[in-house]
Design a protein around this ligand. Structure first.
Ligand code: NAD
Ligand code: ZN
Length: 329
């Protein structure tokens, strides 16, 4: 990755130009930075990386009617075709024709980004650019948590990366009876406590914590937010009979699961999470934030200028960070 001068993006008739103020750094950006096999197979450089941002609208195309110059906005970074079967049945989050900013087309680690007006999401005046800039991963957490039945539930969250940390706060705000959070990283367990987790445990202690908290029954809901095979197995084993496992974390390789005993005869429901529901997740997220029920601020641990991209990637790779944000203007 290199910082360089490029032309200001031009917008299509149905697009807007946004001056970027804050941009979140995601694991996806680290994959591109390290140029791993996934990145090599998917990303066609040269491309501007980055997909989480907030900023100000500075120009609108002639067909745009609902976004104005001067609006403070963030945006859904998944650009969908809008007319396939999935889009037309209210399931745009799994549109097979999705293009992702910063992956399939130019992204937001830049002064300006062009976005289709339909993807733009206006920020309430009470929401900072910084919080606006992390709506994408917060939205992953809202989607994962709120498509399960959280009020009164005992919840296990495996993996306290930024998304797991947001999910801790969301589950508490949504009325979970008890939130048990597991991770291998002490820094992240400490952040999980700040976000309101009732119990924070290393994976090897999760079994005992869950049995103690649930009279041996298992938790009602697991939010799997690590993508680590051992944690996925633990999720399936610690969910109660008839419970629900929300799968967000992405395992690097195919893995074995004992479907007969861990899924079928337990009668559990597994839900695969992709992105954010458009736009129910966004509406829920905005209302939780505006009401003050949920505050993501403790999760943001590092802020850098774009010039410090190497340091930003480093703190994520070594596990020192919660959420890392670029301050652009
Ligand atoms: P992350 O990948 O840093 O978080 C993973 C956390 O899991 C880390 O804190 C790590 O220490 C912890 N962990 C490792 N081994 C563990 C174990 N055995 N038990 C419990 N925790 C363990 O950061 P993230 O950005 O929060 O992403 C979480 C996952 O979600 C990743 O797999 C990412 O690829 C995936 N993701 C999915 C979507 C989607 O739409 N499905 C979107 C964004 C991210
Ligand atoms: Zn579609």
């Amino acid at each position: 990755m290199e910082l360089t001068e490029v032309p200001r993006p031009t917008i299509r008739e149905d697009e807007v130009l946004i001056r970027v103020r804050r941009a979140g750094v995601c694991g996806t950006d680290v994959h591109i930075y390290t140029w791993d096999d996934w990145a090599k197979g998917r990303v066609k450089p040269p491309i501007i990386v980055g997909h989480e941002f907030a900023g100000d609208v500075v120009e609108v195309g002639p067909l745009v009617s609902d976004v104005r110059v001067g609006d403070r906005v963030t945006a859904e970074g998944h650009i969908v075709d809008g007319h396939c079967l999935l889009c037309r049945t209210g399931n745009s989050h799994v549109c097979p024709y999705t293009k992702i900013i910063g992956v399939d087309r130019d992204g937001c680690f830049a002064d300006f980004i062009a976005m289709p007006a339909t993807n733009v999401w206006r920020l309430d005046p009470s929401i900072s650019y910084e919080v606006g800039g992390i709506h994408d991963p917060m939205g992953n957490a809202f989607h994962t948590a709120l498509t399960a039945e959280i009020p009164g539930a005992n919840v296990l969250i495996t993996g306290c990366g930024p998304i797991g940390l947001f999910a801790v706060g969301i589950c508490k705000a949504a009325g979970a009876a008890r939130v048990i959070a597991s991770d291998v990283n002490e820094t992240r367990l400490a952040l999980a406590r700040r976000m309101g987790a009732d119990d924070t445990v290393h994976p090897e202690d999760a079994d005992r914590a869950v049995r103690e908290a649930t009279d041996g029954l298992g938790v009602d809901v697991v939010l799997e937010m690590s993508g680590i095979p051992a944690a996925i197995r633990q999720a399936l084993s610690l969910v109660r009979v008839g419970g629900r496992v929300q799968m967000l974390g992405i395992p690097a390789r195919p893995m074995e699961v004992d479907f007969a005993t861990q899924v079928i005869f337990k009668g559990i429901t597994i839900y695969g999470v992709v992105g954010r529901r458009m736009y129910d997740t966004w509406i829920q997220m905005s209302r939780f934030l505006k009401s003050g029920q949920f505050d993501p601020a403790p999760v943001i641990t590092h802020r850098f200028p774009l010039e410090a991209v190497d340091e930003a990637m480093r703190v994520i790779q070594v596990g020192e960070a919660g959420k890392v944000v670029f301050e652009i203007a």
